[in-house]
Design a protein around this ligand. Structure first.
Ligand code: FES
Ligand code: FES
Length: 163
């Protein structure tokens, strides 16, 4: 008996069938089974936010989320497509142009968290941005450029909507 079960996961709009042990986390399946290594593993215990993905539009720590629980839900990772929903690409451009990336290890989680924040709150205040980043650790930037990048992304997205 190999303990494997087969599940289907909708990742970035593509249905992926995987045979996995039922206790595997979504993070492990993304990185090790599907080679989607943009989602990072740092603490592995829900403290740092590096592994953040969106599940049905909600930011979650994929290191604490069993892959089987994600079956039937829509998973978005940093590799997600930008056609039809330019937010992911615009946020990434803002992180680059504002110098919000140094080693880059926290960046995928920060970008995904930003997508979730701006979908719910298109014009967040600085306090609201900082509140949304609680649980996202960056050892390099001191967060100032990250906050600026998120403000920049919010205004670029507003322009995109014709605001
Ligand atoms: S690796 Fe998941 S929160 Fe740190
Ligand atoms: S840029 Fe290095 S951890 Fe954030």
């Amino acid at each position: 008996m190999n303990n494997l079960i087969t599940i289907s996961l909708s990742i970035n709009g593509v249905l992926e069938e995987v045979s996995i042990q039922p206790w595997r986390t979504l993070l492990e399946v993304l990185r090790e089974t599907l080679a989607l290594t943009g989602t990072k593993r740092s603490c592995g215990e829900g403290q740092c936010g590096a592994c953040t993905v969106l599940i049905d539009g909600k930011a979650v720590n994929s290191c604490l989320y069993l892959a089987v629980e994600a079956e039937g839900k829509n998973i978005l990772t940093i590799e997600g497509p930008i056609e039809g929903d330019p937010a992911l690409g615009i946020i990434q451009q803002s992180f680059v142009s504002k110098g919000a990336i140094q080693c880059g290890f926290c960046t995928p989680g920060m970008v995904i968290a930003t997508k979730s924040l701006l979908a719910e709150n298109p014009k967040p205040s600085e306090d609201e941005i900082r509140g949304a980043l609680v649980g996202h650790l960056c050892r390099c930037t001191g967060y100032v450029q990250i906050v600026e990048a998120i403000q920049d992304a919010a205004s670029r997205l507003e322009q995109e909507r014709g605001g």
